[in-house]
Design a protein around this ligand. Structure first.
Ligand code: NAD
Length: 413
């Protein structure tokens, strides 16, 4: 019998289940690079259900009960008195989502003496101290590709929201009960013809550029690895050797790089100051790629015309986090990778990983980040150039829990 501890975000304020807007979701049959979709033996949910909150239990309850395993689900994750920290010492498996990360720093991993497997239901395991996991021989796995397209779609939406001034225009007719056309359009432009830059051309970055091309924009990108020439030709991409070169020559930037030592606080006063006045930034990667207060300053001076995104630090952010109230923002909670559509895929992938683990069978290589004391699978290919995890960023304390994050370096696959 195994004990599985799942940290999931709280249920909707009006209760669970919510009233769904639609009766079904389209079946996605393949990923762009040929990777196959999750293939557990079965799932005990209907795709389109809310699975990522506590009562959704990622659809795992029936399966785990039937196998005689113990499933503990909580959203209480931060601080020494949290349910997460109390249950951790006896857990064999921990599951959490980047949207509501169960931070697993070295101290927590030390307390988790039974821990054998950490699953990220989604993509991005930077909430786990991977070096500590390697030292302890803990396997870390995530559901690669499950929400990449979800994020690319979200980035498209945020770019249009900012450039066309959607949020304030919406507020004029809803909150203000007005019809203020001049107020709404005095910051509204067409995206067509603009220079749009994409930082990092990985799974999400490439998917975004494919979706942006039909808008008639001039596409620029920077990645530490250049895309094949035929991809550049097909999409009309301008490659920049440096972030600075790209930043100086664009009107809109969308960020899709991982958080690493190289990207931590990359966009500070200096780099933001090199951008065209009135640039827009969309960030659905990781918040700490930005210098938090430099973003606020740039919005106040008009150096940035808008900032949108769904990633914050810490998560959840404090009530007085300045990004909640800074001008010209289109911020949301961390939602881009947890649409109901994405949840169906990563819940199925989580079950697939659990089935492998409980059967003592190998976990799919593309889901592996760490195994047997080293980076493995996607972790070895995408998260590092030299095969080692590099230590991370601010170590900010989220409600007394230090998120001793390990920043890795994904590579283009
Ligand atoms: P990926 O591994 O497919 O691509 C990452 C790309 O970043 C690679 O092409 C790599 O070469 C490039 N890169 C790494 N370091 C770089 C650097 N210093 N400068 C320039 N390029 C660099 O990853 P992905 O699946 O496209 O995801 C990108 C990021 O998006 C992830 O790191 C993750 O944190 C974030 N993400 C967010 C959500 C969300 O819900 N908001 C969901 C999934 C992933």
């Amino acid at each position: 019998m195994s004990k599985i501890l799942a940290v999931l975000y709280p249920d909707p304020v009006d209760g669970y289940p919510p009233a769904y807007a639609r009766d079904s979701i389209p079946a996605v049959t393949d990923y762009p690079d040929g990777q196959t979709l999750p293939s557990p033996t079965a799932v005990d949910f209907t795709p389109g259900e809310l699975l990522g909150s506590v009562s959704g239990e990622l659809g795992l309850r029936k399966f785990l009960d039937a196998g005689g395993h113990e499933l503990v689900v909580t959203s209480d994750k931060d601080g020494p008195d949290s349910v997460f920290e109390r249950e951790l010492p006896s857990a064999d498996v921990v599951i959490s989502q980047p949207f509501w990360p169960g931070y697993l720093d070295a101290a927590r991993i030390e307390k988790a003496q039974n821990l054998k497997l950490v699953i990220t239901a989604g993509i991005g395991s930077d909430h786990v101290d991977l070096d500590a996991a390697m030292r302890r021989g803990i396997t870390v796995a995530e559901v690669t590709y499950s929400n990449s397209i979800s994020v690319a779609e979200h980035a498209i939406m945020l770019i249009l929201d900012l450039v066309r001034n959607f949020v304030p225009s919406h507020e004029w007719v809803t909150a203000e009960r007005g019809w203020n056309i001049a107020d709404s359009v005095s910051r509204s432009y067409d995206l067509e013809g603009m220079d749009v830059g994409v930082l990092a051309a990985g799974r999400i970055g490439v998917a975004l550029m494919k979706r942006l091309a039909p808008f008639g924009v001039h596409l620029h990108y920077h990645d530490r690895r250049r895309l094949p020439a035929d991809v550049e030709r097909e999409l009309g991409l301008v490659f920049h050797e440096s972030v600075e070169s790209m930043a100086k020559n664009i009107d809109v930037l969308s960020i899709h790089a991982p958080l690493t030592n190289e990207t931590h606080h990359l966009f500070d006063d200096e780099l933001l100051g090199k951008m065209r006045r009135g640039s827009y930034i969309v960030n659905t990667a990781r918040a700490e790629i930005m210098d938090r207060d430099a973003v606020v300053r740039a919005l106040h001076t008009g150096q940035l015309a808008g900032y949108a995104g769904d990633v914050w630090y810490p998560q959840p952010p404090e009530a007085d986090h300045p990004w909640r109230t800074m001008p010209h923002n289109a911020m949301t909670p961390h939602i881009s990778g947890t649409s109901l559509s994405a949840q169906a895929r990563y819940a199925a992938g989580t079950r697939e990983i659990l089935e492998s683990f409980l059967d003592n069978a190998p976990i799919r290589d593309e889901y592996l980040i760490v195994e047997g004391g080293a980076l493995a699978g996607t972790g070895a290919k995408s998260y590092s150039t030299d095969g080692s995890a590099s230590p991370g960023s601010s170590g900010h304390s989220a409600n007394a829990v230090t998120a001793d994050r390990k920043c890795l370096s994904p590579a283009f696959d």
